[in-house]
Design a protein around this ligand. Structure first.
Ligand SMILES: Cc1cc2nc3c(=O)[nH]c(=O)nc-3n(C[C@H](O)[C@H](O)[C@H](O)COP(=O)(O)OP(=O)(O)OC[C@H]3O[C@@H](n4cnc5c(N)ncnc54)[C@H](O)[C@@H]3O)c2cc1C
Length: 322
């Protein structure tokens, strides 16, 4: 029997939606190991998110300390390792977000544990499926260490639903917090009223065919009508048309919204690796032979200059009738 310790990121007193994919994985793993899911919330403000977390697991452990206000792998990793030992965890997991990918290898090192990164499926108790070659093939890996650290991909696990009753919340001390010389300097985040790209249910992404940053304004109008996040291909971000943190793909963000618009994006494998898990994909491209149409559920062969304003006008009309 082994428990699954699920490290969950939170924001404004609630779990981030990316954490719900980790919990979906954690439930499957707990079943395979005959244990239970224990949510671990770490950081200043963790206590405030505990009620939201308790809806998703029978146990929630909170480590809340003012010194943990800003995430640093150096200070967080020992807390995860200590809690994993204290709870007899067989698996320690965190969604493969920027934080999860940064944190979990260090936790694995502290626990002398095997690490399964970016996994798409639990094949058996200690076997994990993960995409390789930019998502063109899948490999199954087996890990034999007593504790295993895992980062499940958000795009591959349906968000966990709430349980019928709330779990028990307990607190634990952070212990000695030692940043080992690392220091949080500042957070340089783009201020936006739009949802976070990793959490958004709708994403509107543009590519090189948008030609310049000014032209993205029409996509932003579409995004705002739909309550969507903005995304882009690497060609668009590398050209400086839009901020780098909009990049979707193998070396950008992996997203799996309900609806993904790919506008003037050709559909290179590195881009597809970041968005092909989207539930519905709409492609707008002037060239009908582009690979994006092979993954698209709806394809519009047209110049975006014509198709996007028409789409906006139709959405506005529909909204006006509601
Ligand atoms: C190691 C590595 C990692 C990479 N990681 C990523 C990644 O994470 N994300 C990523 O996106 N890319 C990544 N790339 C780059 C990738 O290979 C492609 O170069 C990139 O995705 C192309 O972006 P694009 O589709 O915007 O541009 P293009 O391939 O140039 O496509 C532009 C498209 O716009 C269309 N178009 C032009 N004008 C119009 C118009 N008026 N109306 C409608 N359509 C129009 C064209 O038909 C074309 O399909 C990576 C590459 C490497 C080697």
């Amino acid at each position: 029997m082994g428990n699954v310790l699920a490290f969950c990121e939170f924001q404004d007193g609630a779990l981030r939606s990316s954490a719900l994919s980790n919990l979906a994985f954690a439930r499957t793993a707990a079943e395979a190991h005959g244990g239970e899911v224990v949510i671990l919330l770490v950081g200043h403000g963790a206590q405030a998110a505990s009620a939201s977390a308790a809806k998703f697991a029978p146990k929630v452990v909170v480590v809340d300390d003012a010194k943990l206000e800003h995430y640093l792998a150096e200070t967080y990793a020992p807390i995860l390792a200590d809690q994993a030992k204290a709870l007899g965890a067989a698996i320690v997991s965190a969604t493969a977000t920027a934080v999860g990918k940064d944190l979990m290898p260090r936790v694995a090192a502290l626990l002398d544990a095997g690490m399964a990164s970016d996994i798409s499926k639990l094949a058996a108790k200690n076997q994990f499926v993960r995409p390789i070659l930019a998502g063109n093939a899948y490999s199954t890996i087996e890990i034999s260490s007593p504790i295993i650290c895992v980062t499940p991909r958000q795009s591959e696990f349906e968000p966990a639903a709430e349980l019928g009753s709330a779990g028990a919340v307990s607190t634990a001390a952070a212990g000695t917090i030692d940043s080992k010389g690392a220091e949080f300097v500042k957070l340089d985040a783009q201020k936006s009223d739009r949802p976070d790209l990793g959490d958004a249910k709708v994403v509107v992404a543009g590519g090189r065919g948008m030609k310049n940053g000014e032209n993205f304004k029409v996509l932003e109008e579409l995004a705002d009508l739909l309550g969507a996040a903005m995304g882009a291909s690497r060609a668009a971000t590398d050209a400086g048309m839009v901020p780098a943190d909009w990049q979707v793909g193998q070396t950008g963000k992996i997203v799996a919204p309900n609806l993904y618009f790919a506008v003037a994006i050709s559909g290179a494998i590195q881009h597809l690796a970041g968005m092909k898990g989207s539930k519905t994909i709409v492609a707008i491209n002037k060239n009908k032979d582009e690979p994006i149409f092979q993954v698209a559920d709806y394809g519009i062969v047209a110049e975006w200059e014509k198709a996007v304003p028409e789409l906006i006008a139709e959405i506005k009309k529909l909204k006006a009738t509601r």
